[in-house]
Ligand binder design. Structure first.
Ligand code: SF4
Length: 75
């Protein structure tokens, strides 16, 4: 299985010349990313509203994807 970050043969998250494959410390499958995202969004949903707004503004451009079922509705 390929890493979620591999795009057209290049890593989209690290500044590396060549993908290190499953030996890379950042290697994750798309399924792992979806599972982790679902867990994170579940946790964020339990936080106070003002904290959710802070997270939304800081990391998600003002959006709250955890309220819609995930980024691109993947979760
Ligand atoms: S395995 Fe590592 S280098 Fe390769 S795409 Fe994933 S994060 Fe990037």
């Amino acid at each position: 299985m390929s890493c979620f970050a591999l795009r057209r043969g290049k890593c989209s998250i690290l500044d590396v010349k060549k993908c290190e494959g499953s030996d890379c410390n950042f290697y994750k499958t798309e399924a792992q990313v979806k599972k982790e995202r679902k867990k994170v969004f579940g946790r964020i949903k339990t936080l106070d509203r003002h904290i959710q707004i802070h997270i939304s503004e800081t990391y998600y451009g003002g959006k709250m994807p955890w309220l819609k079922g995930g980024i691109n509705n993947e979760c």
